[in-house]
Design a protein around this ligand. Structure first.
Ligand code: NAI
Length: 370
């Protein structure tokens, strides 16, 4: 299959590409992502995008890649599996951005934590492959697989154990964007249903911080422009709906998996941000990710703002928060968003999040032996 990697290529590796999220995400990337690179701009250093698809389901990933390769866009593709020559090596070699959606999704009655053992083993062995085949000084890794709260610590600890100087931990990011997409969607729908949303064509923006599981998800509705019109009961309803948004989909699919289409869109949105960084259009991008707040090797805050955030979250060393990212990784943290929380968000939501998230982080961290 056509593989053309040059100095002007942004290579994106999608691991788990034949799955529900992988297929929809790669369709969005193949059809849309090249539109984000303006033609003729002096700032653009890389203008070609290559998608390298990998999955252990060889036939499925080969089929998906062949199917996508007939779509008429300048985005190139390659397909890799344990059955192709060099397997995962060719998928990861020279890559800039790795998206991991490999692993089991939930079934009704399961929590994200129930996926931990199986998915932690998958992620751990994928990290070994990344260590073996990637340029650790530049790669970014986006973790979609669940439980995000624990898997990011798993990967982080593996990298630190392998090479403490590689500094990869500032470029490993858990994807919590779906919670943000849901908060915006539910608030918008709710506004229309309640009859007070007049700007129905404008989607409200709601930051969501904390983690990506149940009570660890903290939507900050107080920071949306519509908030003053909401009663406490309405905010409580919306908050719980975001925290349980994944359950709605798991229940509706009734054993056929969890969110895939909305997650693919959320994944597309975060990859789109990275394109402006990786193509050279922007030196710094803004986003919300679940990241390590601590440089665990030096035992010091990972970047400006991390210490202030850790002080507010009782010393947690992983958290999802608005931040800026440069080519070197996490650049600064918008810690002052914590000071802007109202009493409900601070006393109820953050208080419930901290012990749960601490437990999730410990589960991941302890999975890799010291
Ligand atoms: P899926 O079962 O449809 O796809 C998973 C894919 O991973 C399969 O094609 C499978 O063959 C592949 N796979 C398994 N082990 C692998 C390995 N070692 N290397 C490469 N590929 C491997 O699952 P789906 O729905 O795509 O979900 C994937 C993950 O994303 C799940 O863990 C799910 O819980 C999580 N998820 C995360 C969300 C988030 O907001 N971060 C939202 C929704 C799901």
């Amino acid at each position: 299959m056509y593989t053309a990697i040059t100095d002007s290529t942004i290579k994106i590796s999608i691991i788990g590409a034949a799955g529900g999220i992988g297929q929809s995400l790669t369709l969005l990337l193949k059809t849309q992502i090249h539109n984000l690179i303006p033609i003729g701009s002096n700032k653009v250093k890389k203008n070609h995008i290559h998608l390298a698809l990998y999955d252990i389901n060889s036939d499925a990933v080969n089929g998906v890649a062949t199917d996508l390769s007939h779509i008429d866009t300048p985005v190139s593709l390659s397909s890799h599996s344990p059955n192709t020559e060099n397997g995962i090596k060719d998928c990861l070699k020279d890559t800039d951005l790795i998206i991991i959606s490999a692993g089991l999704p939930r079934k009704p009655g399961m929590t994200r934590e129930d996926l931990f053992n199986k998915n932690a083993s998958i992620i751990s062995s994928l990290t070994d492959s990344i260590i073996e085949h990637c340029d650790l000084s530049k790669i970014f890794i986006l973790v979609i697989s669940n439980p995000v709260n624990s898997l990011v610590p798993v990967i982080t600890k593996k990298f630190i154990k392998f090479d403490p100087t590689a500094d990869v931990e500032r470029r490993v990011m858990g994807v919590t964007k779906l919670d943000i997409v849901r908060a915006s969607t539910f608030l918008h729908q709710f506004g229309i249903n309640e009859g007070f949303e007049k700007r129905s064509s404008i989607m409200p923006s709601v930051p969501v911080i904390g983690g990506h599981s149940g009570e660890t998800i903290i939507p900050l509705f107080s920071q949306s422009k519509i908030h003053p019109q909401l009663t406490n009961e309405q905010v409580d309803y919306l908050t719980k709906r975001v925290q349980c948004g994944g359950d709605e989909v798991v229940k509706a699919k009734n054993g056929q998996g969890s969110a895939t289409l909305s997650m693919a869109l959320a994944g597309y949105k975060v990859v789109a941000k990275f394109i402006s960084l990786l193509s050279g259009q922007e030196d710094i991008i803004k986003a919300i990710f679940y990241i390590s707040l601590l440089d665990h090797t030096k035992n010091e805050p990972i970047c400006p703002g991390a210490k202030e955030l850790m002080d507010t979250v009782d010393g947690l060393d992983f958290f999802s928060i608005p931040l800026t990212i440069s080519a070197k990784g996490v650049h600064s943290i918008k810690y002052w968003i914590m000071d802007e929380m109202n009493d409900y968000e601070k006393d109820e939501l953050l208080s419930a999040c901290i012990p749960k998230l601490r437990e999730n982080i410990k589960t991941g961290w302890d999975f890799i032996q010291d």
